[in-house]
Design a protein around this ligand. Structure first.
Ligand code: SF4
Length: 368
């Protein structure tokens, strides 16, 4: 079995900005900074990359305190120095960024502004959206902060030219959501499961079918059955489920927690594809008493065809204008030195051979 291992991207900062808050400044992911030539560097593999991720920036950061998040209030360090999904987010002037995006518009597939929990987040996200829309037509998503929103504000995003809404649900059961996101040791802005779902429903009504997504994380204590239940629930609502792998942020409350095994992760990726694209229902899966997936009832050749197709293992993200992969977040779920957990490109034959070994389908498929 061959394993593909990445290397750390080499960054040579061109222009460091140490202050500045939104809307005049935003942070962008390191991969976005490379794609827009604000930073030099290279990915471990060659692939086209056009998904640009922006993040609001405030002196007092995000007011939430999620146990697994690099931006959490109680994680040590200044907000400026904190990482988010384990990657650096350099700060840049918004107008400079918009001009650069306009220059490189032909290479861009999807733009996304990530809000944080702040009283100014809606106002500033709307302002940045308008500045982008005056010069750039690339499809634009907002990864929203539900505590800052209501239905009227979501309508404001639609009117300003946003076409997709992402909701970072992350924890897939109410109990886990409460444990990781509501019961915060620092007090303050604990989050509400009900509020998140009301924003999902309002967004679905305003933006339409398959124009809303929920981020779901593997590795926060949920069972395989919990994950499949949320995939069915969201598919029924015509809302995308996008899969992320918990990746411990150093010094966060879950900084020492293990990430899911590669075998579990690959099996969840496969099961999700079977549910969403091949109509597998509850009766097609077997779980043990602890909710772990122990059987897929189907023709082995059909399941292996889904593996060989490769799409199940690509990064889930908002699409580009013609449905092509748009937001591919390289290194969002794994370190650059690790095997790709999700692939920002179609896995090749060598990758697929590795994936088959990691899946270890063996007895998992029980032919019907
Ligand atoms: S998938 Fe990417 S573009 Fe879509 S909401 Fe999530 S971070 Fe934003």
């Amino acid at each position: 079995m061959t394993t593909t291992v990445g290397v750390e991207p080499k960054f040579r900062p061109r222009r460091e900005i140490v202050g500045g808050t939104s809307p005049e400044y935003v942070r962008i992911s390191a991969a976005s900074a490379m794609a827009l030539s604000f930073r030099s560097g290279r990915f471990s593999r060659d692939f086209a990359f056009g998904g640009i991720n922006l993040l609001l920036n405030y002196e007092d950061g995000c007011r939430s305190d999620c146990s697994y998040c690099g931006l959490a209030r109680t994680r040590p360090g200044s907000y400026e120095d904190k990482s988010f999904i384990r990657v650096e987010w350099p700060l840049i002037e918004t107008d400079v960024l918009v001009d650069r995006m306009a220059e490189k518009a032909e290479t861009l597939t999807r733009l996304c502004i990530s809000m944080v929990t702040s009283p100014f987040a809606y106002r500033d996200t709307l302002e940045i959206t308008k500045r982008i829309r005056r010069k750039v037509t690339t499809p634009l998503s907002i990864l929203v902060a539900p505590p800052t929103l209501n239905r009227t504000k979501l309508e404001g995003f639609a009117e300003a030219g946003v076409d997709m809404i992402g909701i970072g649900l992350d924890a897939v059961t109410e109990e886990l959501f409460s444990k990781h996101r509501t019961d915060v040791p620092a007090g303050g802005a604990g989050l509400s499961w009900d509020k998140y779902w009301s924003v999902v429903r309002d967004s679905r009504e305003i933006f339409g079918p398959w124009k809303v997504n929920c981020h779901t994380v593997v590795g926060l204590g949920e069972t395989d059955e919990d994950l499949l239940e949320i995939f069915w629930r969201l598919a029924w609502m015509e809302v995308f489920a996008y899969l992320f792998c918990f990746n411990p942020e150093p010094d966060s409350r879950l900084g020492e927690a293990p990430k899911s095994t590669i075998r579990r992760w690959r099996r969840i990726q496969l099961a999700k594809r079977l549910v969403e694209e091949h109509g597998y229902s509850r009766g097609d899966f077997d779980f043990d008493a602890s909710g772990a997936l122990i059987g897929i009832r189907g023709a082995r050749v059909a399941v292996e065809d889904v593996v060989d197709e490769g799409i199940a293992f690509m990064t889930n993200g908002c699409p580009g204008e013609s449905g092509e992969p748009g937001c591919t977040r390289p290194y969002g779920s794994y370190r650059p030195s690790e095997q790709f957990r999700d692939f920002p490109f179609m896995p090749d034959v060598v990758d697929l051979a590795a994936i088959r070994g990691e899946l270890d389908l063996g007895q998992l498929i029980t032919e019907e």
